[in-house]
Design a protein around this ligand. Structure first.
Ligand SMILES: [Zn+2]
Length: 172
């Protein structure tokens, strides 16, 4: 499928551009276009993000946006950012995101509440670097079509130059 046949919107509230943009790709002038399989994964991921958005909007009765800072990464982009070759981002199955008006740890807790109510399932939810305050974010990753997901909840923190993963939500 040629790129120009790709949709502008992946789902009503998540655009193709938002889920494929990459500062690294832009800076290096390289392509970050998903193949059709990866596009199908992006649709799955966006559908899950729509569920989170709808849950928060309904719960708080006000417009709350989910802001995606990184989602799809082509092989080259993934290499350049030092991502694992098996990173869910590589396949369009993960989003780094936050919700407007929420600190990342509270946003992560909302997603866990959804999980506990049976409203969403994920492979990995990672609270990334809560010690950075506004520089933190939530990584949510899925398995293709939601099959075989681990329901793993982790917190990533920096210990010196190393990233350490702790079980559960930590460091609030
Ligand atoms: Zn991520």
């Amino acid at each position: 499928m040629p790129t120009n046949a790709y949709p502008t919107q992946i789902t009503p509230h998540f655009s193709y551009r938002e889920l494929t943009r990459s500062e690294t790709a832009r800076r290096h002038g390289i392509d970050n276009t998903p193949n059709p399989d990866e596009l199908a994964n992006l649709i799955y991921t966006a559908q899950q993000l729509e569920k989170v958005r709808a849950y928060l909007n309904d719960k708080y009765q006000k417009p709350i946006a989910i802001i995606v800072t990184s989602c799809y990464r082509s092989e080259r982009v993934n290499k350049l950012v030092g991502g694992s070759p098996t990173s869910a981002h590589r396949f369009g199955l993960a989003a780094d995101c936050d919700a407007t008006g929420f600190i990342s740890s509270d946003f992560a807790k909302e997603i866990l509440q959804m999980r506990d109510k049976g409203l969403i399932a994920f492979d990995q939810l990672i609270l990334e670097f809560p010690e950075r305050g506004d520089g933190a974010w939530v990584h949510i990753g899925f398995k293709k079509d939601g099959i075989g997901q681990r329901n793993q909840v982790l917190t990533a923190i920096k210990k010196g130059s190393k990233t350490v993963y702790l079980q559960g939500l930590q460091g609030e």
